[in-house]
Design a protein around this ligand. Structure first.
Ligand code: NAD
Length: 331
């Protein structure tokens, strides 16, 4: 049995910590919100009174926090993980954060003689509850091998991605594919509708053609073809549009810093920004189908070569070739 300190018991962290308890580990948890550590304690774990106490409680410390600034403050702040963790503890950050912060915190951990892994996850709340997450891991190989059994209690597919920060790099690249492909699928269904092609027919064809992708066949944004997809329950998340926006912005930040051209990723981020600005951030990210199908006027500024108005039912004639995306705009 390993002793584990777990900081951040939210939608993802709570079920992940619960799975560690089920796997027989001794887990001491902390969250800023009252009641969350206590909930872990009623399920066989222990409640810590502070992040510092949770950090000091284990030979392994796991964090599952909202964003980069939270990770910086929990690890580097006064009485933070680096100040309070046990000598030789393995530190594992499972949050999705920017590559730069992941590398900076891992470097600070190395200076303090701790091994650290960045280990963001994919699979959502259901994956966290069923311990079927995919976990992509950056850090040194020895630390990865040490952390693997613990990660395996929370996920089904554990992949080593290379040195520190590469787990985060894998996560944001994957989610940039997902965000852009979801929008492409939504556009195809919207166009099909206007051309008189039934959604189910397009699905049946594209699911077995070169347009096949996860956003289409596992998470179809149109109600009907995939019964389990959020489209059939009014786009209740799932994975929220706000979280997709966060990940697309992280990808744009990384693309700007590394001078990578990601024009589609840039447009995808801008479209999700518009969707979130309309107050839809809490919807599932596949709900952007509604927005693509009945676009606000502002969408025309980003992705549509022709004028689009909120009431548009007939596309305007194509007046000009599609303009090139301006990757610099949103980075
Ligand atoms: P969440 O907001 O539900 O949970 C985060 C928790 O961290 C909250 O309970 C919050 O109170 C706590 N917290 C914040 N600062 C803290 C501090 N200083 N000390 C202790 N606790 C603190 O978020 P979530 O959905 O669990 O996501 C966590 C991370 O996982 C995010 O980085 C997210 O991008 C990523 N992620 C989420 C999903 C998903 O579907 N929800 C999927 C994959 C990855």
């Amino acid at each position: 049995m390993a002793t584990i300190g777990f900081i951040g018991l939210g939608n993802m962290g709570a079920p992940m910590a619960a799975n560690l308890v089920k796997a027989g580990q001794q887990v001491t948890g902390f969250d800023l919100l009252t009641g969350r550590a206590e909930a872990l304690a009623t399920n066989g774990g222990r409640a810590a009174a502070s992040a510092a106490d949770a950090a000091a409680a284990g030979e392994i410390v796991i964090t599952m926090l909202p964003a980069g600034p939270d990770v910086r403050s929990v690890y580097l702040g006064d009485g933070g993980v680096l100040a309070r963790a046990r000598k030789g503890a393995l530190l594992i950050d499972c949050s999705t954060i920017d590559v730069e912060t992941a590398r900076a915190v891992a470097a600070a951990a190395a200076d303090a003689r701790f091994d650290m892994l960045d280990a963001p996850v994919s699979g959502g709340v259901v994956g966290a509850e069923t311990a079927s997450l995919t976990i992509m891991v950056g850090g040194n190989v020895e630390a990865f091998e040490r952390g693997r059994p613990i990660l395996s209690a929370m996920g089904r597919t554990i992949v080593y991605a290379g040195p520190s920060g590469n787990g985060q790099a894998a996560k944001i690249c994957n989610n940039m594919i997902l965000g852009a492909s979801m929008i492409a699928v939504c556009e195809a269904f919207s166009l099909a509708e206007r051309l008189g092609l039934a959604a189910q027919t397009l699905f049946d064809i594209s699911a077995r053609s070169s347009g096949q992708c996860w956003a289409l066949t596992s998470y179809c944004p149109v109600p009907g073809p995939v019964p389990a997809s959020p489209a059939n329950r009014d786009y209740v998340a799932g994975f929220t549009a706000a979280m997709m926006l966060k990940d697309l912005r992280l990808a744009q930040q990384a693309a700007g810093a590394s001078a990578a051209a990601t024009p589609l990723g840039s447009v995808a981020a801008d479209l999700y920004q518009l969707f979130v600005d309309e107050g839809m951030g809490g919807l599932d990210f596949s709900g952007i189908y509604r927005f693509i199908r009945n676009p606000a006027a502002s969408v025309g500024e980003i992705g549509h070569p022709h004028a689009v108005t909120p009431a548009a039912t007939t596309p305007a004639p194509r007046a000009a070739p599609p303009r090139r995306a301006a990757p610099a705009r949103s980075r």
